[in-house]
Design a protein around this ligand. Structure first.
Ligand code: ADP
Ligand code: GN1
Ligand code: MG
Length: 350
């Protein structure tokens, strides 16, 4: 029962309502209204996040760092402690729960026009800039090799070899598409070895619905979903936003032919992101932003395909074939980026 979970947290007043909330693929999220406050309750996905203690420690450290630099308290996620003063509640059945203040007067977008998309870019860029002086060695890797794209390709190949659901025959074309880009998957790791980019504190899951906007002013307000904040590449944070927000189709659009790169959105996000980063991003990293966009799109497509082959154990699905549709929109977007590659490079030089 929801009440049994909620009574372990320091909430203000009687519980009024609790309803499922948002479109996240990983955690189970509820909006909880009490007599004296509104909250977000989440059941943490422990299949995905096996070390909840380390995960919640990361979030505590990062939000504390950000809060010291914020102008408005609504800019930073605020954890609500349990009655024992802990950041999460471990239920007897093994369920792991946490509560945040609901960010009042905010809204979440699934699609954006260039103006709001640029604002989200600025928020994610600023997030990185504010964490530039955070001691990176303090953070635990919540999911090891999260954006190690060559390892993601290996995992896809293994799932295809195993073919536990008998779905491989439907996806030979998609498998070939991914394998044909094997060399490309090494680009960023090689650039790191060559000293062209370095690991920073990054968000690693920068999709549009992981930033909240002010419902009145429409300004970007608060970066959320901090589960994957850990060392990573800034260009991948840029790229994951492009993958989701600059696609002409929804992530799970069944007609992949509708997917493609909207250059106006790409350029808008680029400007916002660079503005938010300030002066932390050297030219050598800025030159790799298009690579980050293609890398995250290809990688996410491979992850959706792996999940489809394995029977959809990882990403929440609401209908059969949804992960395959998601994979196809990502690969169609990769193909369109390849067609528009010169324009993507040129956008960075203006
Ligand atoms: P997931 O990892 O499953 O994506 P999120 O932490 O992103 O989970 O939460 C899912 C959704 O819930 C978000 O996209 C957003 O719409 C909403 N949400 C999360 N935290 C808050 C908050 N503190 N205030 C208001 N809405 C929130
Ligand atoms: C997941 O948690 P959510 O829904 O914001 C996933 C991201 C994927 C994204 C695809 C921890 O993001 O890596 O890019 O789905 N998060 C995790 O939509 O795996
Ligand atoms: Mg999310």
């Amino acid at each position: 029962m929801m009440e049994d979970i909620l009574r372990h947290f320091c909430l203000a007043g009687e519980l009024r309502t609790a309803q499922s909330w948002g479109n996240g693929h990983i955690n189970r999220t509820y909006r909880v209204v009490c007599a004296g406050g509104e909250y977000i309750l989440q059941k943490i996905n422990t299949q995905v996040f096996t070390d909840v203690e380390a995960l919640m420690r990361n979030i505590h450290l990062v939000t504390t760092h950000l809060r010291a630099r914020a102008a408005d308290p609504r800019e930073v996620l605020a954890l609500v402690p349990t009655r024992e003063g802990k950041a999460y509640y471990a239920a007897p059945d093994g369920g792991m729960w946490r509560v945040y203040d609901f960010v009042r007067g905010s809204k979440c977008l699934e699609r954006a026009d260039p103006v709001s998309f640029a604002r989200s870019g600025q928020a994610f860029g600023r997030f990185q800039a504010l964490l530039n002086d955070f001691p990176v060695e303090e953070l635990r890797e919540t999911i090891p090799n999260f954006h190690h794209t060559p390892k993601r390709l290996e995992a896809l190949k293994a799932a295809a070899r195993q073919d536990s659901m008998g779905r491989r025959k439907e996806v030979e074309r998609e498998l070939d598409f991914a394998c044909a880009r094997e060399d490309f998957t090494h680009t960023l790791l090689k650039a790191e070895q060559a000293g062209a980019l370095r690991r920073r504190v990054t968000h690693n899951d920068t999709k549009l619905n992981n930033v909240l906007f002010d419902a009145k002013s429409d300004e970007a307000l608060c970066v959320i979903d901090l589960d994957t904040v850990m060392p990573g590449f800034a260009v991948n944070d840029f790229g994951d936003s492009i993958r989701f927000g600059a696609n002409t189709a929804a992530e799970d659009e069944p007609d992949a032919a509708k997917a493609g790169l909207d250059m106006a959105l790409y350029e808008a996000y680029l400007r916002g992101f660079l503005r938010g980063c300030g002066d932390i991003l050297p030219q050598s990293e800025q030159a790799l932003l298009p690579v980050g966009a293609k890398m995250m799109t290809l990688e996410c497509g491979m992850r959706f395909l792996t999940d489809y082959l394995q029977g959809d154990p990882y990403f929440a699905t609401h209908r059969p074939g949804q992960n395959l549709d998601r994979c196809r929109t990502q690969f169609a977007l990769v193909a369109d980026m390849e067609r528009k590659w010169e324009a993507m490079l040129a956008a960075g030089k203006r």
